[in-house]
Write a protein that binds this ligand. Sequence first.
Ligand SMILES: Cc1cc2nc3c(=O)[nH]c(=O)nc-3n(C[C@H](O)[C@H](O)[C@H](O)COP(=O)(O)OP(=O)(O)OC[C@H]3O[C@@H](n4cnc5c(N)ncnc54)[C@H](O)[C@@H]3O)c2cc1C
Length: 420
Amino acid sequence: MTVEAETDVIVVGAGPAGSATAIHLARAGRSVLLLDKSTFPRSKVCGDGLTPRAIRELDLLGVDTHGEQWRKTAGLIIHTSRPQAYQLPWPELDAFPSYGAVRRREEFDDVLRRHAVAAGARFRDGVLVTGPLRDDTGRICGVETDAGQFRAPVVVAADGNSARLALAAGIDRDPSRPMGVAVRTYFRSPFGDDLWLHSWLELWDGAPGRSTLLPGYAWSFPLGDGVANVGLGLPSTAKAFGKISYRDLLQRWLAATPSGWGFTEENRLEPIGSAALPMGFNRHPAYRDGLMLVGDAAGVVSPFNGEGISSALETGRIAAEHIVAAFDRGVRAPAGEAELKAYPRHLADLWGGYYCFGRLFLAVVGQPALMRIAARHILPVPGVAGLMHKLMANLTNERPVDLPDRIVHLVSRIVPADRP
Ligand SMILES: Cc1cc2nc3c(=O)[nH]c(=O)nc-3n(C[C@H](O)[C@H](O)[C@H](O)COP(=O)(O)OP(=O)(O)OC[C@H]3O[C@@H](n4cnc5c(N)ncnc54)[C@H](O)[C@@H]3O)c2cc1C
């Protein structure tokens, strides 16, 4: 077994959360070892959709999203059983760009990983982390892997939904917090060259109006070159959650779509993949004994829309800020430890109210009848679709300028915060 010299920080997992953490830390002058069990580039089951929130984080990371490899989007089109769809451009906001993008995760994650290496992080792929190393006091001081031991005074768990490191450190999932499951595949389709993300809010388990209505939504996201990422997601508040095959559900939903959309077996380009969506701080505490959780490992997928890339990037940035401050104040000193302990509080201040409200939102949409009433009778009320768009993508001005901003801010403030 090899035992390597100590680095400042070990980051486990080179998805968006891990690479973002590594980039911010390396830029701040810390030595970083980024480990991943996969060999890069690697694919990841995802909708590949990036909201303006994610684009803002990419800007902060120095990733240029203007090239043609980034399929830019103008906003979201919401379909319900009403004939008229709702076309909702990304809002014009002071703190966010007014465009989103779609890019295959195989490429996207590799772009970020290469930025981490360019910033100075040391990257090793094909290294499976099996658990934490602890010192005599019980504090985590490195990781055990299939390639030996690696030591650092701070370890970041960015290993995604499996959360193997957090689990091995005794940080379990909180079953009172929501979960989701999503499935997706790729089709050659006219939707592939659209400028818009499409989502179908009334999720029928077969023919619309003649089968069971489920909570959740289906999507088609354009990758360009006539290829669309198509999938659906179901929250844990759904009665059917955990009891049905999500792949079969997607197959039934696809079979009921008009043939002109191209979602047919002949046009399917890849197998159907599925994965869990850990939502609303469903693993906590996000810091304990030298181990920090970011991204899916911390369960920060949005309960409103299943978006997890922007929060993975954001938790990476925020975790890095606290780690850098901890090193400045003495990473093994009480003042440094206080900096690390402040990370979950920072997340709670940022999203605690919003995620708690999201939990309530999922309890409501878990009732298909209520979801149907909302889609048919509430969404058409002027202004409501725009408000929902801002709320679900968490896109508001930092200083509210219009009614939707004010409502979203107020709701996030008055709802008691869920703690990460
Ligand atoms: C079907 C589906 C569609 C989705 N669509 C969207 C979308 O359109 N937009 C959006 O914003 N979000 C979407 N999400 C959510 C999004 O994919 C995740 O939230 C996001 O990938 C989280 O990033 P992460 O860096 O935390 O984890 P991951 O991207 O999962 O990265 C974790 C990394 O850790 C590595 N790893 C794991 N275990 C170990 C170990 N023991 N040792 C070493 N390395 C390890 C893995 O190889 C991987 O590279 C979707 C999810 C699903 C399932």
